[in-house]
Design a binder for this molecule. Structure first.
Ligand code: AMP
Ligand code: MG
Length: 330
């Protein structure tokens, strides 16, 4: 079965084409464009305009890269939420138009669930605890009682957002995660930062303010980055470990753009090894937002019998992970 997916929840617009290879995801096409704000953070309407401008070309390019005719696609999937309203509506409109013109079924996909499914589909893990760390989202997710349940999450800002805000404050370009990772490697001195864990949840805004104050006081940028990474990633690793212990799972999966970070990977991997668990992370290009994960999750949903009329395909900015009926894992 062939599926095309359109991602457009925030800064990235992407199109993916995938094929079901005996339960594994075979990627046939993966194309994307990222919106870079000229100044400040993401402006939702500007990002949506960017997506609208690039989607026709990206869809065409995806068909070419996959070397398939549009009519061969059996389902058209799109990111239904959570995300920024104008961006979600733009991706959904493109998906509806494509599905209607091809006469193919349409399916709306939860973005967070897609980060988990692409890990299962490409890395070989079966029933992991997912540490989903991206710009807007930070959640610890695991399958329990027919649904993907959120065991812990950020109480304020997403971890990527924390890094991007700090980066912007210190004059780094957007997104700042990769630059912070490079600078952190040259860090030598750890400065104390708030380490906020409440039960299974985390919070980063206090740490962000404290890091900005260190920077203002002249602490080396390398040491600020190093200290922020060590603190934030330790907190994320701690809640992930607690979730694994609670739900009794012996696989851990990373997803989201921050999962590209090698220091975070090594901390979570060490934690997994120490408890005799297995560690999985998808390819970098599948950690960041992408159309492939939407195509793959849409394919799983369609195969399990999920059907959605165009009239029912509203986007949902606050689409929660645990609202999805995970029929494909019955
Ligand atoms: P996403 O929203 O899943 O596409 O992820 C985007 C976020 O990932 C942005 O906040 C980036 O700053 C962050 N990011 C990307 N690469 C890295 C990295 N190597 N280290 C830390 N954060 C990263
Ligand atoms: Mg994401």
């Amino acid at each position: 079965m062939l599926s095309l997916g359109i991602e457009g929840t925030a800064h990235t617009v992407g199109v993916g084409v995938v094929e079901d290879d005996d339960g594994r995801c075979r990627v046939l096409a993966k194309v994307s464009r990222m919106y870079h704000p000229v100044k400040g953070g993401i402006h939702p309407r500007e990002a949506a305009n960017h997506h609208a401008e690039h989607l026709p070309g990206l869809i065409k390019k995806a068909f070419e890269e996959a070397d398939v005719e549009p009519g061969e696609v059996e389902v058209v999937a799109f990111s239904q939420g959570p995300g920024l309203g104008p961006c979600l509506r733009t991706a959904a409109t493109a998906a509806r138009a494509l599905a209607l013109s091809l006469g193919k079924p349409l399916v709306g996909v939860n973005h967070c669930v897609a980060h988990l499914e692409i890990g299962r589909g490409t890395t070989g893990c079966g029933d992991p605890v997912l540490l989903y760390v991206s710009g807007g989202n930070t959640q610890v997710i695991a399958f329990a009682n027919h649904r993907y349940r959120v065991f812990g999450e950020t109480l304020d800002i997403g971890v990527g957002n924390c890094l991007d805000k700090l980066g912007r404050y210190m004059g780094l370009s957007f997104p700042s995660g990769p630059a912070i990772e490079r600078l952190a490697r040259k860090g030598e001195t750890y400065v104390d930062l708030p380490y906020t864990i409440k039960g299974m949840d985390v919070a980063f805004s206090g740490l962000l303010t404290a890091a900005q104050q260190y920077y203002d006081k002249g602490v080396r940028i390398e040491d600020v980055c190093y200290s922020v990474q060590e603190t934030v990633f330790a907190a994320l690793t701690e809640v992930t470990e607690r979730a694994m212990a609670h739900v009794g799972k012996d696989e851990v999966l990373l997803g989201g753009g921050v999962a590209c970070n090698r220091r975070l990977r090594s901390m979570v991997k060490t934690m997994a090894e120490e408890r005799g668990a297995s560690f999985f992370v998808p390819d970098d290009s599948l950690c960041v937002d992408n159309g492939v994960m939407i195509a793959w999750t849409g394919l799983l949903m369609h195969k399990s019998g999920v059907r959605m009329r165009v009239e029912e395909s509203f986007v949902d900015q606050r689409f929660r992970t645990d609202m999805v009926d995970v029929r494909w894992r019955r």
